[in-house]
Design a protein around this ligand. Structure first.
Ligand SMILES: Cc1ncc(COP(=O)(O)O)c(C=O)c1O
Length: 357
């Protein structure tokens, strides 16, 4: 009944049996509130000339830029039509295998596994969402692959190297792929790259999306970093010309705009501080997010549905959590948006608190 992803709020209103208000603020999609880098608008006209020829099927120019930025070989990179395509390519790579998904997580991993007849099991992070290494490592036994969303969607929590390294070591012992979805890594102020460990741990696969940080969900662009042998296998599964020439060129411009990323990190940090202070003062519980979205629940209320409905009626669109195993609607997810929009959200939350002290 509920839409499986954020954005396109008319589907959410329809599912909730409400009519879409004339104006609304969509907090359900986790896109950079500062928008795309300015260069995209400034040079948009230049992209027109790219559409008259087939794109480079090897996406060499963008790979070169990413390789330089990350200090890796181009042969360790695959460019995809969004992170979503990359997840579906991985699904084909691990078809029929024993796969564990650390939940809650982005729902597309499970979908890709099911379509490819994987034997799927779950490790459920409980409230607080810390990773208890001994527990997870014990469950790894006999698995061929494990998915971890880090930073995590939907909680926004980020697991640093002191957690990731023992996990990697355990995956190496089990000969199990560790597939880490880093779609939101650019938003983390204290990000610790796993790229230096790629050589020692060829089981490591890093998935990234350019959608979120560069606010380009309509263009469809993401990439994967892994051992060269894995990249070859994944590339064989990818349709020719999968990434269009507009996205390739735009991606080249975006990836060079480090200033846009640092400005975003600073902005998100200060907005999150203000929001979290407000929530604390008004008795809302939030997840310990390191990025541009967070989970929230009203501590005063067992059932979050009345709050969800109240917000929708006020034109505030949260992301429901009915399809996140382990959350099942007990939390709501919000993106951090512009200051004006975050202030509006706090006003509406304040109104809710007044009615529900
Ligand atoms: C954790 C995670 N990974 C991957 C994706 C897919 O991103 P893209 O828009 O690049 O396909 C999303 C999109 O919401 C996501 O939340």
């Amino acid at each position: 009944m509920w839409p499986s992803h954020g954005s396109n709020p008319h589907y959410l209103y329809e599912a909730a049996g409400l009519s879409l208000p004339e104006s609304f603020l969509d907090f359900s999609a986790n896109i950079n509130p500062l928008g795309p880098p300015a260069v995209l608008q400034e040079r948009w006209g230049d992209l027109f000339y790219g559409i008259g020829t087939y794109p480079d099927p090897h996406t060499a120019s963008l790979k070169e830029k990413i390789a330089k930025r990350e200090g890796i070989q181009e042969s360790q990179i695959l460019i995809g039509n969004g992170g979503a395509e990359i997840i579906s390519l991985i699904g084909r790579l691990i078809a029929g295998k024993k796969v564990m998904i650390i939940e809650p997580a982005f729902s597309e991993y499970e979908k890709a596994c099911r379509i490819n007849n994987c034997d799927v099991s779950y490790y459920q992070l409980s409230d607080g969402w810390d990773i208890h290494l001994d527990d997870v490592i014990e469950k790894l036994s006999g698995k061929d692959a494990v998915f971890l969303c880090n930073p995590n969607n939907p909680t926004g929590m980020y697991y640093k190297t002191r957690i990731m390294l023992p996990l990697l070591e355990a995956c190496k012992r089990e000969n199990c792929l560790l597939i880490v979805d880093e779609a939101f890594y650019d938003f983390v102020a204290e990000y610790e790259s796993l790229i230096p460990y790629l050589k020692e741990f060829p089981q490591l696969i890093l998935m990234r999306s350019m959608t979120k940080i560069f606010a380009i969900p309509g263009l469809r662009l993401g990439y994967l970093i892994a051992d060269g042998g894995l990249i070859e296998k994944l590339t064989d599964c990818q349709p020719h010309w999968s990434v269009n020439s507009v996205a390739i060129k735009a991606g080249e411009w975006c990836i060079e705009d480090e200033r846009h990323i640092s400005r975003t990190i600073q902005f998100i940090h200060s907005e999150r501080e203000a929001l979290y202070q407000f929530y604390k003062e008004n008795n809302f519980e939030v997840s310990n997010s390191a990025i541009n979205f967070y989970l929230l629940r009203d501590k005063e209320s067992h059932d979050q549905y009345p709050l969800f409905e109240f917000l929708l009626k006020q034109g505030i669109v949260p992301r429901h959590t009915f399809n996140f195993p382990g959350l099942e609607g007990r939390w709501l997810r919000f993106a951090i948006r512009t200051s004006v929009e975050n202030v509006r959200l706090m006003e509406v939350m304040k109104a809710w608190r007044k009615l529900n002290p």
